[in-house]
Design a protein. Structure first.
Length: 310
């Protein structure tokens, strides 16, 4: 199984044991057997906590990098977990104390935290080679805010995406969202190890703000109506063109990192990549004065896979 896969857990007492075996196998494939003990203990606590306090679906996955693997437990509740507070006179006998699972996770981790999504949450930790005192690992709050307004200009151009494939766009959006989250977490937890993560996070944020709210509103409306395809039209500033050219190249680099398992997240599928390149190239060409061209589906098998926006 690929390292970037995930395991769906049943709502049963077996779930924690299944998660332990799965993360142990992943650690061994990453040649990080030094992390197995803390990985197994930490994921057991997170799975038990999810079963007790959250709702299905329950999943476990491994993300991050081979050097800093991150174990994540996904559930269907948007209620954030409460970080533990350990009293000074605590006897640290956490294995025998009900409700102290998150304290155990802190002992097993070099970093840990949570991300609240629109349809659930992800509680994660990076397993340590050995357990430490409770609370030693820093709790990281991961959130994604659009902090800057979209750019505006009297020279804005109306661009159109004709025949936008809604299910395919939704799939690509999920992949992009995960890639963005990887960069945010690397910049939050390991800025010194991955100094470019913060710069790339800013680059991705600038890319996102080029899309006006009206674009997302049209896509969401099409999703709500169950449309397979839709034509969308929205304004963009001409200065956005070079940003899309640069990001086309960045997405290819990210795919290469994922395929080489330097990032333990999912690369775009060939169809997602073809669709993404069409979308970005349409924006570049139309901002340069070209007429809109519709999405026609996947390219022929003999088409060059290394196409570029130009």
């Amino acid at each position: 199984m690929p390292l970037s896969s995930e395991l769906t857990l049943a709502s049963s007492p077996r779930a924690a044991a299944d998660a332990r075996r799965w993360v142990s196998t992943i650690c061994e494939r990453l040649e990080r057997t030094d992390l197995v003990e803390c990985a197994e203990l930490g994921v057991s606590e997170l799975v038990a906590n999810a079963l007790l306090h959250a709702s299905a679906p329950y999943k476990v996955r491994v993300r991050g990098t081979a050097t800093h693997p991150r174990i994540e437990v996904v559930d269907g509740s948007t209620r954030p977990p409460v970080p533990p507070v350990v009293a000074e006179d605590d006897d640290f006998d956490l294995l025998l104390t009900f409700g102290r699972g998150l304290s155990m996770v802190a002992q097993c981790a070099t970093a840990w935290g949570a991300t609240i999504e629109g349809d659930g949450k992800i509680v994660w930790f990076e397993p340590a080679p050995e357990m430490t005192d409770a609370g030693a690992a820093e709790w990281v709050i991961d959130h994604h805010d659009r902090s800057h307004p979209e750019p505006t200009s009297e020279e804005a151009v109306d661009v159109s995406l004709i025949g936008l494939d809604i299910p395919l766009y939704a799939s690509l959006r999920r992949q992009y969202h995960e890639l963005r989250r990887e960069l945010r977490l690397l910049s939050l937890s390991h800025q010194s190890d991955y100094p470019l993560a913060g710069d790339l996070t800013s680059m991705f944020a600038n890319f996102e703000r080029q899309f006006p709210d009206s674009f997302g509103e049209q896509v969401r409306d099409a999703e709500a109506r169950g449309l397979p395809r839709v034509d969308v039209t929205f304004p963009m500033v001409r200065e956005a063109g070079p940003i899309f050219v640069t990001m086309t190249e960045m997405f290819d680099v990210a795919d290469a990192f994922c395929r080489a398992e330097r990032l333990l997240s999912m690369a775009r599928t060939p169809l997602e990549r073809a669709f993404h390149n069409w979308l970005l190239s349409e924006l570049v060409h139309q901002l340069d004065g070209a007429a809109a061209q519709p999405w026609r589906g996947s390219p022929p098998p003999d088409a060059r896979s290394a196409s570029r926006v130009g």
